[in-house]
Ligand binder design. Structure first.
Ligand SMILES: [Zn+2]
Length: 178
């Protein structure tokens, strides 16, 4: 992403991986090559996220097992957060736990009330290797936790319990894409 350009404008929409694809269940690898392929991946991830009307996307959701995510997500005060993180680490996770509606582009059409911390801080680097620190509250904190879960090989279903989980798994089994 170059300064002054719209993220994703030069990107290509890639096919989304869906729940059940092994790449979603495998922890992603650290990025070590900060060349043009990484910049192209991030551009493509923005294009794919916008095409699917998502607010966040992890690289394994386009079939690439690398620790990268992108986001364009509001918080509870409607402040927009836009960016990407390479090799993210969750460095703070606290505040109250809030159960709120959560969906995922890899489980299209479904959502479930999922508990998440209200405050999260993620550190990592950009495609050019500069350090970034991303601070999230409310819905944006939820997004940061959701994307970091993907990179660890998890999905939000793992965090849903009880009858909500049973209902979600029934919906997954009935979904046209599963
Ligand atoms: Zn997701």
């Amino acid at each position: 992403m170059r300064h002054g350009t719209i993220p994703g404008a030069s990107g290509r929409v890639r096919p989304l991986t869906l729940l059940g694809d092994p790449v979603l269940e495998t922890p992603c690898a650290e990025v070590t090559d900060f060349g043009p392929e990484l910049a192209a991946l991030v551009e493509d991830m923005f294009a794919t996220m916008y095409a699917a009307r998502g607010v966040g996307l992890a690289a394994n959701q386009v079939g690439v097992g690398l620790r990268v995510f992108v986001y364009d997500c509001p918080d509870d005060e409607d402040t927009r957060h836009l960016g990407h993180v390479v090799n993210p680490r969750v460095v703070e996770l606290d505040g109250v736990t809030v159960r709120g509606p959560e969906g995922c582009l890899s489980l299209p059409g479904l959502e479930a009330a999922t508990p998440r911390f209200d405050h999260a801080v993620v550190e990592g680097v950009t495609v050019s290797g500069e350090a970034v620190r991303v601070h999230g509250t409310g819905f944006f904190a939820r997004c940061l936790q959701h994307e970091c879960d993907h990179l660890a090989g998890g999905v939000y279903v793992d965090r849903v319990a009880g009858w909500r989980r049973r209902r979600l798994l029934r919906q997954v089994a009935r979904a046209p894409w599963s």
